[in-house]
Design a protein around this ligand. Structure first.
Ligand code: FAD
Length: 534
């Protein structure tokens, strides 16, 4: 980092933010550039500079259901982008062996219904219909078990007619059954490198300038704002706003501007990963419409089914195993097909930049913050950040309140997700080795410890979960608590005095709906084979 001592190099016109320079061309860089191009068109100039020498992280292929709004904002339909990115559907995260060997449960993208003001999870605890909370309360769990696509072969979605019909039946029974959504949400899996390539074309066709070069220096003006970044071959790139998408390096935000990094490592000890990309014959291998997280000796393994390959990786704590052992475990877990595939070993920086927006620099992606990928929140963080950037886009330097509001919103999202992830480990019933025993005694964020005590008496609701927006509704906490099984949760005493017939009818309705959909819907393999044939 250099300071422009003469102070002549002020960052453009301090009264107007017009020139945006994005440093880094990974998922964060290209999502940001595409979104800004879609939001502001030619009213701002966007430049992306990415290094040919420094690669991208090479992972990050499972998403959150909000991602659909990103593509909608870009006015892209699924056939526009999914085939180009080898994308598949994701209806849930499937957790295997977190409670005990052989056990699995789903955390689906589906709202939890409620009857007479009590969530179905509460009714289920009072009188479990089967041993599968997830299957009794959510339609999606059955679709995942049966490897179904969320769309019919003609592209039709599981439609809202069903919900409307339920409302009529409900009024006939004069019972309150609440639904917050009218259609089952879902997310995607995609190849990260292909998405970046697709978005490069999207953004450059909409006026974004693309430079392949190394940033070698970041030059500050006398006020400590970034005046320009120096490149190896293209000289200086001046801008009014700089977006740091350089990944864990955080070249602008943490290095040049010296913004401190707040580590989450004391509560989330997994600090490493090893990843493999294993070719897949989609005509032969069943393709689950979910990401699978399988608990291991020192962490967990992700399995992400894509059209042409499986993405898989072992996220582990280096205090409990070595990279060599982790790689061996991962290869053995995958079995045939992984022998000749090169492993990508990654050191993870877990936590967040104290502030993501400092002076005229915003960190987006791994430079801003990262928690381990257990609930696929990395790309969600990016999407949330770029939505907020547009919302709080400054006119100039004087808009520091917009910056503060932005930083507050980003910190809440990341701190909230951290709490949610910690719950997976504290809640996991398994305690069969030191790694899993330590998950029960390690420090828990103070407020989460308090919340867990509340949840033992009343399943999580809007009043008792992390109070700021962080992408995870109360039902998600219900899923993890009831699925991981290590924390004893009771039903509300009021339900002992309630008439449970409506709740039983609701569980039956979910079962019938799931059976019907499993019969009607194609498998993911059938759906994407048809899409390829078109
Ligand atoms: P990177 O991909 O590291 O890109 C950095 C960019 O900066 C590159 O283009 C590089 O060339 C450029 N660069 C660096 N230095 C310079 C320089 N000097 N000059 C110019 N350019 C430079 N998220 C999810 O949502 N779902 C998942 O399933 C998921 N799994 C993950 C698994 C692991 C093990 C890890 C570590 C992360 C995972 N993530 C996941 C997070 C996700 O990978 C990232 O959020 C996403 O890829 C964004 O990365 P990035 O663009 O910030 O950084």
């Amino acid at each position: 980092m250099t300071v422009d001592g003469a102070g002549k190099q002020r960052a453009g016109d301090p009264g107007r933010t017009k020139r945006v320079v994005v440093v880094g061309g990974g998922t964060a860089g290209w999502m940001t550039a595409s979104y800004l191009a879609a939001a502001f068109g030619e009213r701002i100039d966007v430049t992306v500079v990415e290094s040919a020498r420094v690669g991208t992280i090479g992972v990050g292929e499972a998403t959150f259901s909000d991602i659909r709004h990103f593509f909608e904002f870009l006015k892209l339909s699924e056939p526009d982008w999914m085939p180009a990115c080898n994308a598949t559907y994701k209806l849930a995260v499937r957790f295997e062996n977190w409670r005990e060997p052989g056990h699995h449960f789903y955390h689906p993208f589906e709202q939890l219904g409620s009857v007479d003001g009590f969530p179905l999870s509460d009714w289920w605890l009072r009188n479990p219909t089967t041993s599968r909370f997830d299957k009794d309360c959510f339609v999606m769990a059955s679709l995942c078990d049966a490897e179904r696509s969320p769309r019919y072969l003609d592209g039709k979605l599981i439609d809202q007619g069903f919900v409307e019909q339920q409302r009529e039946e409900t009024s006939a029974r004069s019972t309150i059954v609440e639904y917050q959504g009218t259609q089952f949400p879902y997310a995607y899996h995609f190849e990260a490198a292909l998405l970046a390539k697709f978005l490069t074309t999207y953004a450059t066709q909409r006026g974004v300038r693309h430079i392949t070069d190394d940033v070698t220096d970041v030059v500050l003006d006398q006020d400590g704002y970034i005046a320009h970044v120096q490149t190896a071959e293209h000289g200086r790139l001046e801008g009014d706003l700089f977006v740091d998408c350089t990944g864990f390096r955080a070249l602008l935000l943490n290095k040049a501007l010296d913004e401190p990094f707040v580590s989450y490592q004391d509560t989330l000890p997994n600090d490493s990963a090893v990843a493999l990309q294993v070719p897949l014959d989609m005509d032969r291998e069943p393709m689950r419409p979910c990401t699978t997280a399988t608990a291991q000796e020192a962490g967990w393994i992700w399995t992400i089914p894509l059209i042409s390959r499986i993405g898989s990786g072992y996220v582990y704590a280096s205090d409990y195993t070595t990279p060599e052992e982790a790689e061996r475990t991962l290869r053995a877990f995958i079995g045939p097909g992984a022998e000749d595939v090169e492993a990508n070993h990654i050191k993870m920086r877990i936590g967040r930049s104290r502030r993501s927006w400092v002076k005229n620099c915003v960190g987006i992606g791994l430079s801003s913050g990262f928690v381990e990928p257990l609930e696929s929140t990395g790309i969600f963080f990016i999407h949330h950040a770029i939505e907020q950037i547009v919302k709080y886009f400054p006119s100039g330097r004087e808009d520091h309140r917009l910056r503060d509001l932005y930083n507050e919103s980003i910190a809440h999202v990341q701190d909230g997700v951290r709490e949610f992830l910690v719950l997976h480990y504290v809640g996991a019933k398994r305690a069969d080795n030191q790694y899993w025993k330590d998950t029960k005694t390690r420090r828990v964020p103070d407020e989460l410890a308090e919340r867990i005590e509340n949840w033992k008496y009343k399943v999580p609701d809007a009043q008792t979960v992390f109070p700021h927006y962080h992408g995870l509704p109360p039902y998600s906490y219900n899923c993890i608590l009831l699925g991981t099984g290590g924390i004893e949760v009771r039903h509300s005493p009021a339900l002992d005095m309630a008439d449970e017939r409506a709740a039983i009818a609701e569980f039956e309705r979910i079962r019938l709906k799931a059976d019907k959909l499993v019969q009607e819907l194609p498998t993911q393999n059938e759906y994407f084979a048809a899409m390829r044939a078109d």
